[in-house]
Design a protein around this ligand. Structure first.
Ligand SMILES: Nc1nc2c(ncn2[C@@H]2O[C@H](COP(=O)(O)OP(=O)(O)OP(=O)(O)O)[C@@H](O)[C@H]2O)c(=O)[nH]1
Ligand SMILES: C=C(OP(=O)(O)O)C(=O)O
Length: 212
């Protein structure tokens, strides 16, 4: 059996301003409910991953914090108005041992794919990253114990992480690489298989059979 060792840090923006490119993607579904579901399905997969020892969620959102705490995560308050990379640095500083930053918009994530990526990153002394499905962004950044995470998320972050000395991980891992920024990304994640919270919003349920 694999010994869990990684602390995963997941930053979650306040829901009312999160995932702005997805606003209106699911007619009739409040935007904040969709953003919350994406984060909770990501968190659920992280907590089910056998390579993960602890999950830190960095957020100031009043709905996200209690929900992820109930699921088994530790919550750290955000650094006010400092953005995604500051949130990740803050979480990484609170972690001991190897640390991984993961985005909170991976509703199809399968625990086994995250575990395979973390095991592939177990190289002492070297940071690693997993690019998103298009290849220019980043979904996962890892640092071994004693090495700063040094996150450079944002537009073109795969190139920025490579330029900072992090090594790309090359596994397929379609559910790990499928971050959801746009309605087209959500459709692709639906094809891969959504986690339960997002599926409950995105996949129309069968109408009840007519009586008689
Ligand atoms: N804690 C925290 N998390 C953040 C912040 N900004 C972005 N994130 C998170 O970082 C991850 C990746 O960010 P993006 O994909 O750009 O998400 P976003 O900013 O919510 O989406 P857009 O509004 O569409 O750009 C998501 O999990 C966000 O919730 C921040 O300022 N603080
Ligand atoms: C935060 C990132 O970008 P996006 O908002 O496109 O997911 C990134 O890929 O580093």
């Amino acid at each position: 059996m694999t010994e869990p060792s990684w602390t995963v840090v997941v930053p979650v923006k306040r829901l009312e301003v999160a995932k702005s490119r997805l606003r209106g993607a699911l007619p009739g579904v409040p935007h904040e409910s969709l953003a919350l579901a994406l984060a909770l399905d990501t968190v659920r997969a992280v907590l089910a991953c056998d390579a993960v020892a602890a999950l830190l969620v960095v957020t100031d959102d009043p709905r996200v914090a209690p929900a992820v705490r109930a699921a088994g995560a530790r919550v750290l308050p955000d650094v006010p108005d400092a953005g995604l990379n500051a949130a990740l640095r803050h979480g990484a500083a609170a972690a001991g041992g190897p640390v991984a930053g993961l985005t909170a918009d991976l509703p199809a994530l399968r625990p086994a794919e995250l575990g395979a990526a973390l095991r592939a990153a177990a190289d002492p002394g070297v940071r690693h990253f997993v690019a998103d499905s298009p290849g220019d962004g980043t979904v996962l950044l890892t640092a071994p114990a004693g090495v700063p995470l040094d996150p450079r998320f944002g537009a073109g972050s795969a190139g920025a992480h490579a330029a900072s000395g992090a090594l790309p991980l090359t596994g397929g891992w379609p559910t790990l690489r499928r971050d959801v920024d746009t309605p087209a990304d959500l459709a692709e994640a639906t094809r891969l298989g959504l986690g339960p919270r997002t599926a409950a919003l995105a996949v129309p349920s069968c109408p009840a059979a007519a009586p008689g």
